[in-house]
Design a protein around this ligand. Structure first.
Ligand code: A2P
Ligand code: MG
Ligand code: MG
Ligand code: MG
Length: 356
C-alpha cells in the first residue's frame, strides 16, 4: 500500500512554486482580471498557477487526471492575456534546482502552458487517481487584498488521500488566534505564509511557505474546546457564498459570543485545523448551487486529520466521488470531533425552522 509520501512531496513543492507566481500578481495593482461566464472573476494568477501545478503533476504522475477550476478557452481567444500569463509563468521556478527538477522544470512554450491548463478537464468520479485543483481559491479575496489559498488534493477512488493548502497571507505562527480582522487587509510580508499538508491516516502538518526546498513540518491539531460558547467561528466574506444570517442564528444558539471571523477561501479550513479558530460554517444561499470539489477536498482532509469532523448540513460526509461538484451534499459544517454533533444539531434546528 502506498504511503503517499511522494504524492505529498510533489504536491507541497508544486503549491509552493505556484505561490511564487500568485504573490507576484497579488502585489501588483493590475491583476489582469477577466470575467467568466458565471460572472466570477479570474486573474492571470489563477491561470498561471493552474498551468504550473498541472505541469508538475503530469510530470511526476503522467497517468493521473486533474479536475482543475480553470480552462484555456478565453486565453486562446485573447492573445494579449495569454502572452501576459506566459511572461509570468516562464520565469517562475523554485530556488533549489533539484526541487524544480522534481516538478519537471519550466514549461516549454506558451502552447505548452495552454495545454497544461486544459488538462484540468477531468470529469472526476470514484475510479482511479484524480487531483482536485483550485489554483487560487478566494479570487475575490485575492483582488480585495484579503486571504486566498492555492489548493491541491489527490483523490483515489473518490476518497481524499492527500491534501495541501498554500496560504500566503496567513501568519506562519499556527497559534496566532484569529480575530474579527484576520480576513481583512491581509499581506504576505514577513511572518506570513504557511503551507499545510495532510495524508489520510497520517495527521496534518504546517510549515512556513518557502521558495526552494521544503522547510521542516510541525504537527497541527484542532483546539480542544470544552464549551462551544468559547468557540471562534469562521465564515465566507461573501454573503452570496454562505448565509451570514443563518450562521449568526446558529452561533447564537450555541452560545457563541465572539464576532464571526469573515475570511475568503480554504484559509478557513487551514485556520481551524491548526487551532487558530474552531468552527467553519457554510450554509447554502441557493437551492441550485453545487459546491465544487476543488473548493473543499484539501480542507476536508486537513481538518479531519487534525482531529475535526467535516460534513454537510445534514451531517453527511462530503462525497468527492460524484463528479466535479459535491452534488450529493448541501453546505459545510466543520468542527472539532467532540463538538461536531452539537453544531450539526443547531444547524438542523435553525434550517428546519425555516423550511416549515
Ligand atoms: N453561490 C455560491 N455559493 C457558494 N460558493 C460559491 C458560490 N459562488 C461561488 N462560490 C465559490 O466559493 C468560493 C469562495 O469561497 P469563500 O466565499 O469561502 O471564499 C469560490 O471558489 C467561489 O467560486 P468561484 O471561484 O467560481 O468564484
Ligand atoms: Mg475556489
Ligand atoms: Mg479558484
Ligand atoms: Mg473562481
Amino acid at each position: 500500500m502506498s504511503d503517499y509520501s511522494s504524492e505529498l512531496h510533489i504536491a507541497l513543492l508544486a503549491v509552493q512554486r505556484a505561490v511564487i507566481l500568485t504573490k507576484r500578481v497579488f502585489n501588483e495593482k493590475a491583476k489582469g482580471t477577466v470575467s467568466k461566464d458565471d460572472k466570477s472573476p479570474v486573474t492571470i494568477g489563477d491561470f498561471g498557477a493552474q498551468a504550473l501545478i498541472i505541469k508538475a503533476i503530469k510530470h511526476a504522475f503522467p497517468k493521473d487526471e486533474v479536475v482543475g477550476e480553470e480552462e484555456a478557452n478565453t486565453l486562446r481567444e485573447n492573445k494579449a492575456l495569454s502572452n501576459q500569463i506566459w511572461e509570468l509563468v516562464k520565469g517562475t521556478k523554485l530556488d533549489e534546482p533539484s526541487s524544480d527538477a522534481a516538478l519537471g522544470g519550466e514549461l516549454e512554450s506558451e502552447e505548452d502552458m495552454l495545454k497544461a491548463i486544459d488538462q484540468g478537464n477531468s470529469k472526476g468520479g470514484n475510479k482511479g487517481r484524480i487531483w482536485a485543483l483550485d489554483p487560487i481559491d478566494g479570487t475575490k479575496g485575492f483582488l480585495r487584498g484579503g486571504q486566498y489559498a492555492v489548493c491541491l488534493a489527490l483523490m483515489v477512488d473518490g476518497q481524499v488521500k492527500v491534501g495541501v493548502l498554500g496560504c500566503p497571507n496567513l501568519p506562519v505562527d499556527d497559534k496566532e488566534p484569529l480575530d474579527a480582522k484576520s480576513g481583512e487587509d491581509a499581506s504576505d510580508g514577513p511572518g506570513r505564509g504557511v503551507l499545510i499538508g495532510a495524508v489520510e491516516g497520517q495527521g496534518a502538518t504546517s510549515r512556513p511557505l518557502g521558495t526552494g526546498t521544503l522547510q521542516n513540518p510541525s504537527a497541527i491539531s484542532m483546539r480542544p474546546i470544552q464549551d462551544l460558547k468559547d468557540a471562534t467561528f469562521c465564515e465566507s466574506v461573501e454573503a452570496g457564498h454562505s448565509s451570514h444570517d443563518d450562521q449568526a442564528e446558529i452561533a447564537k444558539k450555541l452560545g457563541i459570543t465572539k464576532p464571526s471571523v469573515r475570511m475568503d477561501s480554504q484559509a478557513k479550513y487551514a485556520s481551524i485545523a491548526r487551532g487558530a479558530g474552531d468552527v467553519y460554517l457554510r450554509l447554502p444561499t441557493s437551492k441550485t448551487y453545487e459546491e465544487k470539489i476543488w473548493d473543499h477536498a484539501a480542507g476536508d482532509l486537513i481538518v479531519r486529520e487534525a482531529g475535526g469532523e467535516v460534513t454537510d448540513v445534514h451531517g453527511n460526509r462530503l462525497d468527492f466521488g460524484v463528479g466535479r461538484t459535491l452534488k450529493n451534499n448541501k453546505g459545510v459544517v466543520a468542527a472539532p470531533k467532540a463538538s461536531h454533533n452539537e453544531v450539526v444539531e443547531a444547524v438542523k434546528a435553525v434550517l428546519g425552522s425555516k423550511a416549515s
